[in-house]
Design a binder for this molecule. Sequence first.
Ligand SMILES: Cc1cc2nc3c(=O)[nH]c(=O)nc-3n(C[C@H](O)[C@H](O)[C@H](O)COP(=O)(O)O)c2cc1C
Ligand SMILES: Nc1ncnc2c1ncn2[C@@H]1O[C@H](COP(=O)(O)OP(=O)(O)OP(=O)(O)O)[C@@H](O)[C@H]1O
Length: 142
Amino acid sequence: MRRVIAQGTFDILHPGHVHYLSDAAAMGDELHVIIARGENVTHKPKPILDDRQRCDMVAALDVVDEAHLGHPDDIFVPIERIAPDVIVLGYDQHHDEEGIRAALEAREIDCEVTRATPREPEYDDELLSSGRIIDRIVERRC
Ligand SMILES: Cc1cc2nc3c(=O)[nH]c(=O)nc-3n(C[C@H](O)[C@H](O)[C@H](O)COP(=O)(O)O)c2cc1C
Ligand SMILES: Nc1ncnc2c1ncn2[C@@H]1O[C@H](COP(=O)(O)OP(=O)(O)OP(=O)(O)O)[C@@H](O)[C@H]1O
């Protein structure tokens, strides 16, 4: 049984998320997804949706076996509990692969780190970013 971890904010789901999670699921037998707590999303605007709602929506996707709300202070706590064989970073996630590998090694967690592929738009005006969907809502409804 090869266990895979994917992670992210997942505020307002779109086909880019489904692509990432399907890519990650194809790398093993069981996909676990860690949902970033709103308080830990500091590199972009805070999510619109609550932690629990984002977690429940990801859990409802077919390719996902289990969605876990992230730890408030230490990202390695859920990883130690899940004990994955591979962590799949998103194609544009700012996390540094080498840094994560070194931290895993320091904690004696034997796990690969790899990156998923991007989904390119398949038709005109396909919106593949939660931020762009929110911008569109503001533009059209405010
Ligand atoms: C391996 C890994 C584990 C993570 N675990 C947690 C966690 O336990 N709690 C949390 O709030 N964020 C966690 N994060 C951070 C977020 O999932 C996420 O990368 C970031 O906050 C949101 O960025 P993004 O949605 O733009 O990728 C983790 C990130 C990585 C790479
Ligand atoms: N178009 C896409 N193709 C492949 N993966 C994607 C795509 N969009 C998002 N992802 C992946 O989904 C995961 C969660 O992404 P995140 O919640 O930051 O979504 P986002 O739509 O990129 O958000 P924002 O627009 O606020 O930056 C990340 O690992 C990210 O790489």
